[in-house]
Design a protein around this ligand. Sequence first.
Ligand SMILES: [Zn+2]
Length: 71
Amino acid sequence: MRPLSDVHPSPPPHPGFPTETTTTRAGTVGDDVLRVHELTDDADPRPRCGAGEGEPVDEWLRAVNCPDCAR
Ligand SMILES: [Zn+2]
């Protein structure tokens, strides 16, 4: 009987699974749900570019696509 450690030591990593981890928070402001801003990491997150002053912020798990935030 073979010891258990002789079998596969660990499963292979998920192929195609993104290994890059990002802590960037993204979100939209107001009714503009197409432009995803990078949010400043605060208790009260706001778009980095300052868009949507006074508008409510919705945080998303989406990629930032706002060119002003990416600068
Ligand atoms: Zn922005």
